[in-house]
Design a binder for this molecule. Structure first.
Ligand SMILES: N[C@@H](CCC(=O)N[C@@H](CS)C(=O)NCC(=O)O)C(=O)O
Length: 145
């Protein structure tokens, strides 16, 4: 059974939407953000090395990153909603798939950070966010490379 590890108010929402569009059976494992820092709870570290959502598990398969999860689900639904390869529609599909995390989200996150800085609610120095960039992310890269 497909399980979506879903953090409230997160990118994970679009996967729930996609699952409904594809009419695939799934379960939602819910996680709440910390009310003060907005960070995900430590429980997410059990399924993602950086403690991020969304994560999909399906039997022995675990997929992180919303883009690859979209591709996994579309494959699972027999290619539904994906235009034929080599078509103009497929080029647009690929463009928007990568635009979301490649261009749009960095801009939104930067705007969110600058707003947080301005309103003195920024937690850059705090535990996990800081640790991700200094420790967890390089460690993960080393392991993969
Ligand atoms: N590029 C990743 C980004 C994952 C990500 O940053 N998720 C955010 C929610 S939208 C998160 O888990 N934040 C909680 C935290 O960092 O503690 C993706 O597309 O899935």
């Amino acid at each position: 059974m497909i399980q979506i590890h879903h953090l409230e108010q997160s990118r994970s929402q679009r996967l729930l939407w996609l699952l409904e569009e594809l009419a695939l059976p799934y379960e939602v494992v819910r996680y709440q953000r910390d009310p003060k820092t907005s960070l995900a709870p430590d429980a997410l570290l059990q399924v993602h090395p950086l403690g991020k959502s969304p994560v999909l598990t399906d039997g022995g398969v675990t997929v992180a990153e919303s883009g690859p999860i979209v591709e996994y689900l579309v494959d699972k639904a027999g290619g539904q909603l994906r235009p034929g390869q080599g078509t103009e529609a497929f080029a647009h599909y690929t463009y928007w798939m990568h635009f979301a995390e490649g261009s749009l989200m960095p801009l939104l996150v930067m705007t969110w950070c600058l707003t947080a800085l301005k309103t003195h609610h920024c937690h850059f120095g705090s535990s996990r966010l800081c640790c991700q960039w200094r420790v967890a992310f390089p460690a993960r890269l080393n392991k993969t490379l």
